[in-house]
Design a protein around this ligand. Structure first.
Ligand code: RM4
Ligand code: MN
Ligand code: MN
Length: 435
């Protein structure tokens, strides 16, 4: 594409050249790991092929620099439109080979030219994942305000506006090839007594049913829960119980989406995953990591063992041949102090790492230890897989897909960010923090 910095700076030829310098060492490391795994009865290429087939969607909002309630420190060359966001997403895909789709957020990604957006994505060989609606913010000129809620507001006119926006998102998504709508609302209360908790949930179900009715037959509704923020006392869809009941009430196209940052501290998220798999209502993930709350830190950066345990549940579900397990994997992060392209590449790789490690779990042996109530050896069986260095598998999976052995090194030497800084003059708004 002429004038597209992604195509100019991240060419297949440049990736090949960078790979050529690293390939011999990689082959050696891969062979050594292959021998080790063979001794444990695992064929390395089967793991590499599974990792190469793993895909996660990039959130369009993730390629811009994030911020906090206090400040945002923009970096040079930030994307200023959804078209420029797609360019950055294509860089991530070219270098990792793991992120072929983008998850859009409306109205943040609004454009008058949906056909042009589709053409741009086609040219960059990108597809579109779930569409995200936004009724947690007022947009200029909007008739009704979401200050006191959207789909659960006491005023039917506000609810209708929020429903109409979600239906509009479905229509846009249908033109772009999306197959799901992710529904997250900030509705809730800051004071006990402010909201009738029962009625607010009933209003949610009523509004969500109208959105559900507008879904094309091959679409899914992904209901995302979150414990608190922006509401600090009570949130209408605050936990997986509320989202599961809503999914079961709405119908077979409604599923629960688990954002890793949306739980109370120390909650056992892999347990939630296991229960939702059991209910056949697990629809997908927003991956990120956190220490205290909805920190939106890079996936695997704080607690990689937790990430592994979540993937372990998913691989276990596959192993048990759970039917109809079709999951939408997405990242949902805020990059405040790093180059978002680098953070997103590294996060996609962390997911592949957790997936690869989970594939190494000796499930038959684990099952025996569990049957025998051998707690220590059962836990060692998981740890053994988790502590295996699967780096050569991840790098080999990338190389075989024509992506980079070393995505961040290749990106840094490409000059992409500097070229963007020259083409995309900074957007000097003295605005809010969080994206
Ligand atoms: C929320 C939630 C949603 C995301 C917004 C920006 O906390 O994670 O998925 O769309 O943030
Ligand atoms: Mn999320
Ligand atoms: Mn969040």
């Amino acid at each position: 594409m002429t004038g597209n910095p992604a195509a100019t700076f991240i060419q297949a030829r440049a990736i090949e050249q960078a790979n050529a310098r690293l390939q011999a060492d990689l082959e050696q490391d891969y062979q050594r790991l292959g021998e080790l795994l063979t001794r444990n009865g695992i064929e390395i290429d089967s793991v590499t092929n599974a990792v190469a087939a793993f895909e996660v969607a990039i959130p369009s909002w993730g390629v811009g620099t994030g911020g906090t309630r206090f400040a945002r420190f923009p970096q040079p060359g930030e994307p200023r439109s959804v078209f420029e966001k797609l360019e950055d997403c294509s860089v991530i895909q070219r270098l990792t080979g793991a992120t072929p789709r983008v998850s859009l957020h409306f109205p943040w990604d609004q454009t008058g030219d949906i056909a042009g957006l589709k053409a741009c994505a086609d040219e960059l060989k990108l597809g579109f994942d779930a569409v995200n609606s936004n009724t947690f913010q007022d947009r200029p000129g909007q008739t009704q305000s979401y200050k006191f809620g959207s789909l659960t507001h006491t005023d039917p006119a506000v609810r209708e506006q929020a429903i109409a926006h979600n239906i509009e998102c479905i229509k846009i998504g249908a033109q772009l090839g999306s197959k799901a709508l992710t529904l997250w609302i900030g509705d809730g209360a800051n004071f006990p007594g402010q909201q009738n908790l029962a009625r607010a949930y009933e209003r949610y179900l009523e509004s969500a049913a109208k959105i559900y009715a507008a879904l094309p037959s091959d679409w899914r509704l992904l209901i995302e829960h979150k414990m608190y923020e922006p509401a600090f006392y009570a949130t209408v869809i605050q936990d997986w119980g509320s989202s599961l009941m809503a999914a079961q009430t709405l119908g077979p196209k409604a599923f629960c989406l688990v954002d890793l940052g949306h739980h109370a501290p120390n909650v056992n998220i892999e347990m939630i995953v296991s229960r939702l798999v059991h209910a056949r209502r697990l629809g997908g993930f927003h991956f990120n990591d956190s220490k205290y709350g909805d920190d939106d830190l890079d996936a695997g950066s704080i607690d990689p063992y937790r990430l592994f345990l979540i993937f372990n549940e998913l691989v276990d579900a596959q192993w048990r041949k759970t039917p109809d397990l079709a999951l939408a994997h997405m990242l949902d992060q805020s990059h405040n102090v790093t180059d978002p392209v680098e953070s997103l590449m590294s996060s996609a790789i962390e997911l592949q790492r957790a997936y690869a490690q989970s594939l190494l779990v000796d499930r038959r042996t684990l099952d025996e230890y569990q049957q025998d109530n051998d707690a220590l050896m059962a836990s060692h069986t998981l740890k053994r897989a988790f502590t295996t260095d699967v780096q050569p598998i991840l790098a080999m999976a990338r190389m075989r897909r024509g992506a980079a052995i070393d995505p961040i090194g290749t990106y840094r030497s490409s000059g992409y960010r500097a070229a963007c800084a020259a083409r995309r003059p900074a957007n000097l708004s003295f605005g809010g923090g969080i994206v």
